[in-house]
Design a protein around this ligand. Structure first.
Ligand SMILES: NC(=O)C1=CN([C@@H]2O[C@H](COP(=O)(O)OP(=O)(O)OC[C@H]3O[C@@H](n4cnc5c(N)ncnc54)[C@H](O)[C@@H]3O)[C@@H](O)[C@H]2O)C=CC1
Ligand SMILES: O=C(CO)COP(=O)(O)O
Length: 336
């Protein structure tokens, strides 16, 4: 069955850009926005003035603040809200979800408290089987995709046929999705790279260059893969788009909210100052560094960079002290 109608719930920067990707690939898309002004701007000027100013949205993409209208007849429901609010959002939506629709997570985080991945939260709240939930993850900076710059991504679903249906619904001249069945690896790659991007931003704020960045990226990938191994992910996933691909894009790009947030901390700003400068947009790693750290501790996995980012964000450690502590750790073998 081909996907002809899609609901995208969450009209932030990625929700809006991904809604455009799908609409540009053929299906009708209805975008749910929390605020009237956002829905009016999309339906009137064809632009999401608050989150993607300057991007003209296609005619087969409309917006509403009425979630029932957005969900009516949708064969796929894309969840595009921040990780830490997904559960509360979904509780409000679950009774209206169309029977059998693929539920697609765009969020990159691990839930505080429960330490669950987003697909686990979706299954629990919506009461759907594992094979009805898909995850989209990869090097997907919303602004570049909105500008139709060529990008690849992965669609992870334990049901390969469902992933292929979704792949067809979001393939176009600038967006190339691959399929994969390793949902765990893709979700961990997406959540952990936000934390590593915070560390790269801190290093940049301290004035460090490319050797430091490459070292953080590579060791960040090593600790992500260690956690993945403990949780049953396929190690090769971390060499793919949802692993290395997303890690490199996020750690290197000034468009990344996480890297920018870390950069501000590295320059000496407080958490509150960096949060204010983010203008309400999410830097997921600031919260996920705590949940990922706890998950790692529960499974006996060593994640020094994640520990350090947590200490800077939540225990008042200065990024310079973190740098010195990391470089001065006990010598060890690279693959230990
Ligand atoms: N922006 C990007 O380039 C990419 C973002 N992502 C992920 O997608 C997810 C969503 O990100 P964005 O769209 O960029 O975020 P955003 O901060 O731009 O927008 C969040 C959207 O969620 C809505 N929302 C609904 N309930 C909310 C609540 N209770 N609290 C706060 N916001 C609420 C907001 O109104 C807003 O429309 C995140 O997990 C992010 O890591 C993934 C790939 C790329
Ligand atoms: O996930 C992203 C790119 O793939 C976006 O990263 P930020 O949330 O740091 O902007």
């Amino acid at each position: 069955m081909s996907v002809q109608r899609v609901a995208v719930l969450g009209a932030g920067s990625w929700g809006t850009a991904f809604a455009k990707v799908i609409a540009d690939s053929g299906p009708e898309v209805v975008l749910w926005a929390r605020r009237d002004s956002v829905a009016e701007s999309v339906n009137g000027a064809g632009i999401n003035e608050d989150y993607l100013p300057g991007t003209k949205l296609p005619a087969n993409l409309s917006a509403t603040t009425d979630v029932d209208k957005a969900l009516d007849g949708a064969q796929a429901v894309v969840l595009a809200v921040p990780s830490q609010t997904l559960r509360a959002n979904l509780v409000g939506w679950r009774d209206s979800l169309p029977e059998g629709a693929t539920l697609v997570s765009l969020a990159k985080g691990v839930e505080l408290g429960t330490l669950k991945r987003m697909s686990e939260v979706i299954r629990e709240v919506a009461g759907v089987p594992e094979d009805q939930v898909a995850v989209v993850s990869g090097p997907n900076l919303a602004k570049e995709i909105a500008a139709e710059q060529p990008t690849a991504t992965v669609i992870a679903c334990t049901d390969h046929d469902r992933a292929v249906e979704l792949q067809q619904a979001c393939s176009n001249g600038y967006f190339r999705p691959y399929t994969i069945t390793d949902v765990i690896g893709c979700e961990l790659g997406g959540a952990c790279k936000n934390v590593i991007a915070l560390a790269c931003g801190m290093a940049a704020g301290l004035g460090f260059g490319d050797n430091t960045m490459a070292s953080i990226i590579t060791r960040g990938l090593a600790e992500t893969a260690r956690l993945g191994a403990a949780l049953g992910a396929d190690p090769l996933t971390f060499a793919g788009l949802a692993g290395l691909g997303d890690l490199v894009a996020t750690c290197a790009s000034p468009l990344s909210r996480n890297r920018t947030f870390g950069h501000r901390l590295g320059l000496g700003e407080s958490l509150a100052q960096a949060q204010e400068a983010a203008h309400g947009q999410v830097a997921e790693g600031v919260k996920s560094c705590s949940s990922i750290r706890e998950l790692a501790q529960r499974h006996g996995v060593d994640m020094p960079l994640t520990d350090g980012v947590h200490m800077v964000c939540h225990d008042g450690m200065h990024p310079r002290t973190l740098g010195a502590a990391l470089i001065g750790r006990e010598p060890k073998a690279e693959r230990q």
